[in-house]
Design a protein around this ligand. Structure first.
Ligand SMILES: Nc1ncnc2c1ncn2[C@@H]1O[C@H](COP(=O)(O)OP(=O)(O)O)[C@@H](O)[C@H]1O
Ligand SMILES: [Mg+2]
Length: 276
């Protein structure tokens, strides 16, 4: 049984290969005193590969429902109590370079410049300086930080610090980027700018982003596909394919079509996640 679970079929004649496959994921934490907290119950989803095109999958759920726990299981930071997670058909047993994670709190090294923070992962891999410079230059340009390459994190705003975190993850070119409420600590205007930046990045990069939030508007703005989660223990209430809006800019959020999808998701969250 265990051996069968090591790999899954990622390509069939009818289905596209799967980048991510999560099967019946359940997580129950056991505290030091033996107290059990069931965080995730039987969550299953597949993300198929769309070659040459980035995709954003959003998990929307109330605070404390188990969103971070789902991400941590895919990251390989925690082991499922039941079920399995696969990336490109490989069973996740540990963290790996095919997955990068961006957290809500800033995670840069205070003693390194922006450029050195961004190059850190490449340095660990033993990639030589010239190549590191080339790659960091490109990615810093992409996140709008080229002018700030020699600054230290303490001299940056919250939004800029999160750009560093995003750049540091993207430079490793992970197959899957896991983002845990990365804009949650930012003021609304910076947050909107960061959401637009993420959409731009996703268009250019060919990776899959799993983005977790409790903010309905953020979910509608970013998601290609949105999974609405129940309150704890998190399970999937609905999968929503968010319509492709012709133009995504600041006016979209106040448009009737955007509001309609927002209301649809709000109803799902509050009608169902409050019940059982
Ligand atoms: N290491 C842990 N030990 C015990 N309980 C935990 C641990 N991590 C999270 N929890 C609990 O699991 C539930 C889900 O947490 P989490 O996945 O962080 O939710 P979310 O990200 O949706 O806010 C919460 O009740 C939280 O207190
Ligand atoms: Mg969380």
């Amino acid at each position: 049984m265990q051996e069968q679970a090591e790999t899954i079929q990622t390509k069939t004649e009818t289905a596209a290969p799967l980048v991510i496959s999560v099967k019946n994921l359940s997580v129950t934490y056991i505290g030091r005193d033996g107290e059990q907290t069931e965080a995730v119950r039987d969550v299953s989803f597949d993300v198929s590969d769309k070659p040459g095109c980035g995709e954003i999958i959003v998990f929307l759920g109330p605070s404390g429902c188990g969103k971070s726990t789902i991400l941590k299981a895919v990251a390989g930071l925690i082991q499922p109590t039941k079920g399995e997670c696969f990336v490109d058909g490989k069973l996740i047993k540990d963290v790996g370079r095919d997955r990068g994670m961006v957290f809500q709190t800033y995670t840069s090294f205070a003693w390194l410049t922006v450029r050195k923070n961004v190059e850190y992962g490449l340095k660990l891999q033993g990639i030589e300086k010239e190549k590191r410079r080339g790659l960091s230059g490109k990615i810093l340009e992409e996140v709008g930080l080229a002018e700030f390459a020699e600054r230290y994190p303490k001299d940056l705003s919250g939004g800029m610090k999160q750009r560093v975190a995003i750049a540091r993850t993207l430079i490793n070119n992970p197959r899957v980027v896991l983002m845990d409420e990365p804009f949650g600590a930012l003021d609304p205007q910076t947050r909107w700018g960061m959401q637009s930046l993420l959409l731009d990045i996703s268009k250019r990069e060919n990776n899959t982003i799993i983005f977790v939030t409790h903010d309905v508007s953020e979910a509608v703005y970013l998601a290609d596909t949105c999974y609405v989660l129940s309150k704890r223990p998190a399970h999937i209430l609905e999968r929503v394919d968010v319509p492709t809006f012709p133009v995504k800019d600041i006016t979209l959020k106040s448009s009737a079509e955007f509001r309609t999808v927002e209301n649809q998701l709000l109803n799902m969250l509050y009608n169902k996640s409050g019940k059982d």
